[in-house]
Structure formats: structure tokens, C-alpha cells
Write a protein that binds this ligand. Structure first.
Ligand SMILES: [Zn+2]
Length: 473
């Protein structure tokens, strides 16, 4: 009797479960799972078709974008552990600062309004010799990381000394980075000789091999600060570890004329003769390049970085960005260092200036559009790094490097064109949230990975030492 009763109850339970399953099946309960579903934002993908989804949704699983598209479609497909309503906001790929010197935040404004050679030789190199050590670099990079993350930068490309400390700070901050240990042909803060610099760099390359976010690189500073032998040795070391090579190239007329006088070639041509020009090389500035140089850079598939603030502030000239893009060159955007060539790490400002500098130089308002300027700071930077399969645009399968921008402040209202709004009106301070590799690192405009008051206090202390020694001299 009891057994029959139990069987009947069990039978009813099974029938009920089958009925529930059938009902939910009809209702189309989402089959796919996401860790985070961001809904309601206008998604600016920067993919090849320049797709924009006005009421979009984006699903993150692990460190990657699982899917994105119209909100209704994604809500049918996905159940998510967390859901974020981002209505009224813009969701963009994280910005890529393709050339900077992050620790130089601590020398911000030390010597402004001077020519590059005067600024370097009489102010920056001496200050660095006295003050730059591991502690300086660690805290300077933390300060830079706060500024970059709050301004929507998710990837930065760096060239400095004690790059090991830059890597540790970037790793802690949760940033993605390509970090070039500087090799320079005279005694520097972290090496007395080129041999020492190469040994330090090799150990640095070994330590960071295989890291998912940090790529160690070799950064021979420039043609005018290194011998041919040092440049070749730097490239040989980089290629042994399949590491990128970072260099300043054709920045000033002075450099272009000196290289031509000494070697009978343009800086680009000379670099090629030395065997350095290749797909693994990223050249900052490229201001003084002609049609033949652009063709050669394209032929070798090298990357270039445009630095409009720096080129304007140091009066270096205007890079032929229009010609570079027309030639299909891999071109990104960078702030350059915050010490005297910018003086901040703000890619919103840089995009705005990139567009306007081409327009005014060429007397053509169509020379570089807002959308092209945004592309320089996103997919362009990724292409310059040969990293476009992973970052630079919002596409399913790519790394979840994204930024969320608020659009409710007076300077953002109204908006007729999303690219114009982003490049000409929005500010770095409109960045509300940031994710790098699926991990949220900025929330409500605050960096989650660093202690901001502590970093600012240490930065002021270290800068006070620089100021004290300056007044003592
Ligand atoms: Zn630089």
C-alpha cells in the first residue's frame, strides 16, 4: 500500500518536472551562460563594418567577449551571473596608448616650452640620472595607471628604465601593456653600459614570457642615442625572444638631417639597412617621413604611432597621417611622455588633436574624421602592435577590454553623431567603468586595483625630492 502511494507520488513529480521542462522549453529559456551581461548601452564596436548597436547588449564569459548585438537578441540567448543596466551610456573598446613613458608622470611639467634636444639633454637626462630608481619608477607608473584607467586606456605601450617595476605596477593595476626596456648608448639610471642594459633586458624578457596581459619588449631609444652596433644587438635580442622592438623614429627635422648627412639615407631607410625594420617594430612619431619612407614602412609591415600633442608641443612637425592611412600603414595613437611632451596621458585629448592637426595643416576639414581618430586610438593601435586578433574592437571572441562612458553632462548633450560626440565633446572624465580581460578595474570612475590617496601622497613626496634638488643646483 505504502509502496504504491510512493510510486504514485514519484510518478506525479516526474510528470510535473516533464511539464515544467516542456513549458520552459517553449518559453525559450536562454541556453547560453555569461558571467556578465551589459545591456542598454549604445555599443560602438569599431569593427571592420563600424557597427553601432543603439540599444545593445554585450556578454562576457571569462576574459573574452562571448557575444554582442541588439539587446533583445542577447537577452533571448543569455542567462548571466551578473547583469548591468547601462542605458544612456556608450560602450566602446578600451583605448590603446601606443607610445608613452609612464613613470615620467613624476617629472610632469619639470621643464616645458623647450626644443626636444635642449629639453632632453639639459633637463630630462640630468634629472633622470639623479632621481630615477626602482621606487621612482614603481610609484610613477602607479600614478600613470590611475590616470590611464580613469581615462579609458586599457592597453599602453611604454619605454623607460627599470621596466621590471613598470611591469609590476601594470600587472597590479590590471592594465594590458607592451613594455620596452630602454637601451641607450650612454650611462643611464639602470645601466652603466650597453652590455649591462642588454643583460637586464634579457632577464626582463625571460621573466614575463607567456603572461596573458604583459608583453616585454626591447626599446633602443632612438637612432641618435645608439650606435649601429647597439641597434643591431637590441634587435637580435628581441628576435631571439620574439619580442617587439620599440623605437623613436624620424621625430624631428634635426634627426632627419643628421642621419641623412651621416649615412646618406632617411631615418627609415637607415633603420631598414640595419635590418631593424620589420613586422615586430613599432616606431613612435614618424613625423619626418616621405612617400618612399611610408612605402618602405608598409612593405616591412612595421607599426607607427602618431603623437599629436608631443609633436605640437615640441614643435617637431606634423606627421603625414593622411598619407600613412592611405598607404594602409599600421598606425596607432600615443600621448608620449607626461614630463614635457604632453603633459598628460589623456587619449580623448589626443584623438581630438589628431583630427584637428591634420585639418589645420592641410586646410581641409575632411582630412581626418572623428571616426578615423577614434580608430587610431582603438583598432589602429591594435594593428600597430599586430595584436588586432585579440584587442582593438568589440567582437565576439576578442578580449573583453571595454569602457563605459556617461553622456549626461552638459558638454555631452545633445548628440547627433556618436563619433563626433566621443572625439570632439566627451572627456576622459566621462569614463565611468573599465574592464580589462573581463575584469572590472574602474567602477563609478574609481580605480578598484590601486589605493589612489596612497599613490598621490607618494607621488608628491617623490616629486618634492626632485624639486628640492633642482633648487639646490
Ligand atoms: Zn617618446
Amino acid at each position: 500500500m505504502d509502496t504504491t502511494l510512493q510510486m504514485n507520488s514519484l510518478g506525479r513529480l516526474v510528470a510535473l518536472l516533464v511539464a515544467v521542462a516542456a513549458w520552459t522549453g517553449c518559453r525559450g529559456v536562454p541556453a547560453e551562460r555569461a558571467d556578465l551581461l551589459i545591456v542598454g548601452a549604445t555599443i560602438v564596436t569599431m569593427d571592420a563594418e563600424h557597427q553601432v548597436f543603439p540599444d545593445g547588449a554585450l556578454a562576457i564569459r571569462g576574459d573574452r567577449i562571448a557575444a554582442l548585438g541588439p539587446r533583445a537578441e542577447l537577452e533571448r540567448r543569455y542567462t548571466a551571473a551578473r547583469r548591468l543596466d547601462a542605458s544612456g551610456r556608450l560602450l566602446l573598446p578600451g583605448l590603446i596608448n601606443a607610445h608613452t613613458h609612464a613613470p615620467m608622470t613624476l617629472l610632469r611639467g619639470l621643464a616645458d616650452d623647450r626644443a626636444l634636444q635642449d629639453w632632453l639633454e639639459n633637463y630630462i637626462f640630468p634629472a633622470e640620472a639623479r632621481h630615477v630608481n626602482e621606487e621612482f619608477v614603481l610609484w610613477g607608473t602607479r600614478l600613470a595607471a590611475l590616470e590611464m584607467l580613469r581615462g579609458g586606456t586599457t592597453t599602453f605601450v611604454d619605454m623607460y628604465y627599470f621596466e621590471e617595476q613598470v611591469a609590476q605596477a601594470a600587472e597590479q593595476a590590471g592594465l594590458r601593456a607592451v613594455l620596452g626596456q630602454t637601451i641607450i648608448g650612454f650611462p643611464a639610471p639602470d645601466h652603466k653600459s650597453v652590455a649591462e642594459a642588454l643583460a637586464y633586458t634579457e632577464a626582463f624578457l625571460q621573466r614575463w614570457q607567456g603572461h596573458p596581459r604583459i608583453r616585454a619588449a626591447v626599446a633602443p631609444h632612438a637612432l641618435y642615442t645608439n650606435s649601429a652596433e647597439t641597434l643591431r644587438a637590441s634587435a637580435e635580442l628581441a628576435r631571439r625572444y620574439r619580442a617587439p622592438i620599440l623605437i623613436h623614429l624620424a621625430e624631428t627635422r634635426h634627426e632627419q638631417q643628421a642621419v641623412r648627412r651621416e649615412h646618406g639615407l632617411s631615418p627609415v631607410g637607415y633603420l631598414d639597412r640595419l635590418g631593424l625594420l620589420g613586422a615586430d617594430l613599432l616606431a613612435a612619431h614618424c613625423v619626418w617621413v616621405d612617400a618612399a619612407d611610408i612605402a618602405l614602412l608598409r612593405l616591412r609591415d612595421a607599426g607607427c604611432v602618431h603623437n599629436p600633442s608631443s609633436n605640437m608641443k615640441l614643435a617637431s612637425g606634423t606627421a603625414p597621417v593622411v598619407e600613412m592611412l592611405a598607404a594602409g600603414l599600421r598606425l596607432g595613437l600615443g600621448t608620449d611622455g607626461p614630463a614635457g611632451s604632453n603633459n598628460d596621458l589623456n587619449l580623448f585629448e589626443e584623438m581630438d588633436l589628431a583630427a584637428k592637426l591634420q585639418k589645420v595643416t592641410r586646410l581641409d576639414p575632411q582630412a581626418l574624421t572623428a571616426r578615423q581618430a577614434l580608430e587610431l586610438a582603438t583598432l589602429g593601435g591594435a594593428r600597430a602592435l599586430h595584436w588586432e586578433a585579440e584587442i582593438g574592437s568589440l567582437e565576439a571572441g576578442k578580449q573583453a577590454d571595454l569602457i563605459l562612458l556617461r553622456t549626461d553632462r552638459p558638454h555631452a548633450v545633445p548628440a547627433f553623431d556618436v563619433y563626433s560626440q566621443i572625439v570632439y565633446a566627451l572627456k576622459a572624465s566621462d569614463v565611468e567603468a573599465v574592464w580589462v580581460g573581463g575584469r572590472q578595474v574602474v567602477h563609478q570612475g574609481r580605480v578598484l586595483t590601486l589605493d589612489e590617496p596612497q599613490v598621490l601622497a607618494r607621488a608628491r613626496q617623490l616629486a618634492a625630492r626632485v624639486a628640492a634638488s633642482r633648487s639646490a643646483h
